[in-house]
Design a protein around this ligand. Structure first.
Ligand code: SF4
Length: 432
């Protein structure tokens, strides 16, 4: 238990304010000005990406739901009012999302995809910090009330595991932080039991902060709702294998998952799949996309693929297809049995390369190969992302053994390397 876990939400949080930062940002007129500037820049970036998407010739009104959702005020206060439920902040995806549904909580995944937010982050942070977390720091400048939420942080990579202490250097946060410890040696005899105890402990914690009494019945209902969401995303993924769904739209869909109720999102995804079912496949060579997550609104790389006529036929990113993990195999429908099944699925299904042995990262790519036609894999590597940097080397070797080529695209959120990336991709395309 971290010290902040003792900072009980149930005792009533004090308002969050921006703490003194290395350059003196505070809840004072200067801090207010920084916040207003961050908000203006971030909102402008969001609007401009949405405008680029809606201006495309293949844009269809079945995408309106996702564009409108991302245009809303997504601050915690506004979301709580719109959805009528308590928000809980979440980093990474190892946690069973069914828990939130069963307890009528709204999970809010906190990863940041905005360059403007990254630029608004407090000064003095490590130079090669993961861009996603730097961007998240800027989002907290824009919206300090994020710190009032209760946070769940699985100990995935070092940046995520250490994020709480970095955050607390710059901000006063009044919500609790629940660390969930990932067993990094997945194949160790005790790993799955350890993960089960973490998952069960989290279930108890969420029941406590939500003050909702829930058990088997609520979990089963949540499981059914999530299976429908999985099936809807599965339909869209299947169409993407055939080249019928542009990656730009696919990643907008997956990013929007955390900003509405699951049934509303599922309905919109099914309607979108109905539309794309009638569309022709893109003619360009297919690529499989892997590596560090790509997050809205920073779709720089997705636009480049599009401009070069490269079609993304699948991905294994936690911000893409991997959002909803795999279907749950439930044999025992008691509460304990459900917890065990959820723990097993999240433990075995997680493809994050933070584990000691990451050979399983090859599996979904070969599986996608059975349904889609591609010869190349694009590896998106965010500068500062060590787990994926190490993973890239072994994955390239494994792919070559399977006659698949890999192009490594190391980048950050800044637009300056666009031409470089384009040249690399053009050269790669000529080898396919
Ligand atoms: S795994 Fe990589 S992309 Fe994900 S949070 Fe860690 S450093 Fe960032």
């Amino acid at each position: 238990m971290t010290s902040s876990e003792n900072n009980s939400h149930l005792e009533g949080p004090a308002p969050t304010s921006v703490k003194s930062c290395p350059d003196g940002q505070a809840a004072n007129p200067r801090g207010q000005r920084l916040r207003a500037r961050a908000k203006e820049r971030i909102d402008l970036e969001t609007k401009s990406e949405l405008a680029a998407l809606t201006a495309r010739s293949d844009y269809h009104l079945s995408l309106d739901y996702f564009v409108n959702l991302m245009s809303l005020d997504l601050s915690p206060g506004a979301m709580k009012e719109r959805l009528g439920r308590q928000l809980v902040a979440l980093m990474c995806l190892q946690i069973p999302l069914e828990f939130f549904l069963a307890l009528d909580l709204q999970p809010l995944r906190l990863y940041g995809g905005s360059l403007s937010a990254a630029k608004s982050a407090p000064p003095g942070l490590p130079a090669l910090m993961c861009p996603i977390l730097r961007s998240l720091m800027g989002e907290i400048i824009k919206e300090p009330s994020l710190g009032e939420l209760d946070w769940i942080i699985p100990t995935t990579c070092d940046w995520v595991s250490g994020f709480e202490s970095l955050r607390n250097l710059c901000f006063e946060a009044s919500g609790t932080v629940r660390m969930v410890e990932l067993p990094r040696r997945k194949e160790h005899a005790l790993a799955s039991e350890h993960w089960l105890s973490e998952v069960s402990g989290l279930w108890e914690y969420l029941k406590k902060i939500s003050k909702v009494r829930a058990g088997r019945k609520e979990l089963l209902a949540a499981l059914a709702t999530m299976e429908k969401a999985r099936s809807a995303l599965g339909r869209l993924s299947d169409l993407r294998r055939k080249g019928q769904v542009p990656a730009l739209y696919f990643f907008l869909v997956t990013f929007s998952f955390f900003f509405d109720s699951v049934p509303a999102w599922t309905k919109a995804v099914n309607e979108l799949a109905d539309h794309f079912r009638t569309q022709k496949a893109a003619p360009g060579p297919g690529l499989f996309l892997t590596g560090s997550p790509i997050l809205f609104p920073n779709f720089k790389l997705l636009h480049l693929f599009d401009e070069l006529g490269l079609t993304i036929v699948g991905d294994d990113m936690c911000s893409g297809e991997r959002l909803l993990f795999r279907h749950l195999a439930l044999k025992d429908t008691s509460e304990d049995g459900i917890l065990r099944a959820l723990a097993e699925t999240t433990h075995e299904g997680c493809l994050c390369p933070v584990y000691v042995e990451n050979k399983r990262r090859l599996g979904p790519i070969l599986e996608a190969l059975r349904a889609a036609n591609f010869k190349g894999v694009a590896f998106h590597l965010l500068k500062g992302c060590h787990p994926y940097e190490m993973d890239c080397l072994s994955l390239e070797r494994d792919l070559l053994e399977n006659q698949l080529r890999l192009v490594r695209l190391e980048t950050d959120y800044a637009p300056e390397d666009r031409l470089n990336l384009m040249t690399r991709l053009e050269a790669f395309r000529s080898t396919l």
